[in-house]
Design a protein around this ligand. Structure first.
Ligand SMILES: Cc1ncc(C[n+]2csc(CCOP(=O)(O)OP(=O)(O)O)c2C)c(N)n1
Ligand SMILES: [Mg+2]
Length: 558
């Protein structure tokens, strides 16, 4: 069968069970879109307003489906517009395949129109990348890229395809890349660093520990090990704290779940880690946002690290034991060897770490808005966020019940991630309801994607926290820069309700709890996209906060 390169790309994606693409056309990918036109019934292609939106959508889609998110962009500016999205996926270990068009091979290296060396640009932010110069390599390269993206510790892989390669015909014969898959899988197995003796040592330490704590990260969710985390923690009665990426790995309604640890972690999570005598880090990377002052982090504790990626071991914090490999095997072996326990004394102490304070549930506060939304939308919600105070309030106050229900930019902290990501999560899980928690600053960055939301009738509920400020930066200026509010007040009179209206989306503006509840009640009964702008006080701060450079037990409560 004769196919051209563009047809080979689509045929290969189909072989890989890809049915959803996020992308944006342009000169170098005209042949690809031409081929897509012919097979448009085989794919859902979401054309966003901007390639950054497409890249975040592919990322969000990957996070909630566990599949590889696929994003297409043209050469030059199309490709560079995906760079933030690629970096974001890289920092959070999200499997993504980015296909970029490139100038024809005979124009490479000549500063041709819309030529950017995108493999060069993305070298430090991809797990791997390729420039395909020979049509014979095309299918094989895409299959390799796809496998690399999702194997081991996932991440984004970019394949750059010159326009003439899309247009070259070949005799197509489906390639079986079993050999490569075996090669990668064997390579991963060779990185395994655990044996029965080590497992015995770890289980023994857990059994002997008086004050154990778990610090579970995104790796638990990505590797599909939330059930094993629960089994281990419940069998040995170990309280569980989470990194931002780890939220959802254990239900926040479980009594062993203490929520977020680190800079904006709860008092109980931070003090539990700080006072533990054994800390079990699972699929987590000891980010600076978690550990505070490295020298004082879990000082009394033996630290054990279980992860897929050996390069994370003792990178930020020196550990006493580590097991690298398939986390489900490692956890299963540990679970078998730990004793069933009840740790009343330790858990009483942990309970005592909680801040006991009367709460005024009628106050129109970010906390109450989120708690209310979490209660009403709970089971069916997937929460996507932008970056800033609203993100931390969402992390602290939403009761995440299941893995893959909190989609947030952890490592890169990308303002503008939210709306694109929300599109991806709503497309990936159409029966769920995506709630986007965003801030006025972040929302402005990529609100152009409202057009995409409307076009596809995505029933996203946008909770816009309008505090007329770049709140998180303003908070740092308030706490650490003597209240010099340099360029963080953004009272520019943007009418967000009218903005939504311009895109054909209903908007509501609310400024008290009663109206908020009423509005939420109305919108939760529809399946329409909606924006709810919550007018908030710019002086509200995210607490607790561990001041920069301080140990996590030195958190400031308010
Ligand atoms: C692309 C990008 N630019 C700048 C920043 C720095 N930054 C972090 S939080 C923040 C303020 C966010 O404002 P908003 O979205 O309104 O959220 P709020 O903190 O007010 O809830 C800024 C500017 C960033 N994280 N990302
Ligand atoms: Mg704001």
């Amino acid at each position: 069968m004769k196919l051209n390169g563009a047809q080979v790309v689509l045929r290969t994606l189909k072989d890989l069970d890809v049915d959803t693409l996020f992308g944006y056309p342009g000169g170098a990918v005209i042949p690809l879109y031409d081929a897509l036109y012919e097979v448009r019934d085989d794919f859902t292609h979401i054309r966003t307003s901007h390639e950054q939106g497409a890249s975040h959508a592919a990322d969000g889609y990957a996070r909630v489906t566990g599949k590889v998110g696929v994003c297409i962009a043209t050469s030059g500016p199309g490709a560079t517009n995906t760079v933030t999205g690629i970096a974001n996926a890289y920092m959070d270990s999200i499997p993504m395949l980015v296909i970029t068009g490139q100038v024809p091979t005979n124009l490479l290296g000549r500063d041709s129109f819309q030529e950017i060396d995108i493999t060069g640009v993305t070298n430090p932010i991809t797990k791997h990348n390729y420039l395909v110069k020979d049509i014979q390599d095309l299918e094989d390269t895409i299959k390799k890229a796809f496998h690399i993206a999702k194997s081991g510790r996932p991440g984004p892989v970019l394949v750059d395809i010159p326009k003439d390669i899309f247009l070259t015909d070949i005799d197509y014969k489906e390639i079986d890349n079993k050999e490569f898959v075996e090669f990668v899988d064997n390579k991963l197995k060779n990185e395994d660093s655990f044996d029965d003796e080590l497992i015995e040592t770890i289980a023994d330490k857990i059994n002997k520990s008086k004050r154990p704590a778990i610090y579970a990260g995104g790796g638990v969710i990505i590797s599909g090990n939330s059930d094993k985390l629960l089994e281990l923690s419940e069998k040995n009665d170990i309280p569980v704290t989470n990194s931002l990426m780890g939220l959802g790995s254990i239900s926040r309604k479980n009594k062993l779940s203490l929520g977020l640890v680190g800079m904006h972690g709860s008092r109980e999570a931070n003090l539990t880690v700080h006072n533990s005598d054994l800390l079990l880090a699972i699929g987590a990377r000891f980010s600076d946002r978690v550990i505070g002052k490295p020298d004082d982090f879990a000082k009394e504790a033996q630290i054990i690290h279980i992860d897929r990626d050996e390069s994370e071991v003792s990178k930020n914090i020196a550990v006493d034991n580590y097991a690298v490999g398939d986390m489900s095997i490692i956890l299963e072996k540990i679970i078998k060897r730990v004793n069933e326990k009840k740790r009343e004394e330790w858990l009483d102490e942990v309970e005592g770490f909680k801040v006991k304070k009367e709460k005024n549930l009628e106050e129109f506060s970010p906390q109450n808005i989120l708690k209310q939304s979490s209660d009403v939308l709970g089971e069916e919600a997937i929460v996507a966020t932008d970056v800033g105070q609203h993100q931390m309030w969402a992390a602290q106050n939403w009761d995440f019940l299941y893995p893959n229900t909190f989609v947030t930019s952890g490592g890169l902290g990308t303002m503008g991630f939210g709306l694109g990501a929300a599109i991806g999560t709503q497309v990936g899980k159409p029966d769920k309801r995506t709630v986007l928690v965003t801030g006025d600053g972040s929302f402005r960055m990529n609100c152009n994607e409202l057009a995409t939301v409307r076009k596809w009738d995505l029933p996203i509920i946008i909770l816009l926290f309008n505090n007329s400020s770049l709140g998180m930066v303003r908070q740092w200026q308030k706490l650490f820069q003597e209240e010099k509010y340099s360029e963080t007040d953004i009272t520019d009179e943007v009418d967000y309700v009218k903005l939504a209206d311009a895109y054909g989306i209903d908007g509501y503006r609310v400024c008290n709890m009663k109206d908020f509840k009423k509005t939420l009640d109305i919108v939760s009964k529809t399946r329409e996209p909606v924006l709810i702008e919550c007018e908030l006080n710019k002086d509200a701060c995210v607490y607790p906060i561990v001041p920069p450079g301080k140990s996590i037990d030195k958190l400031v409560i308010e």
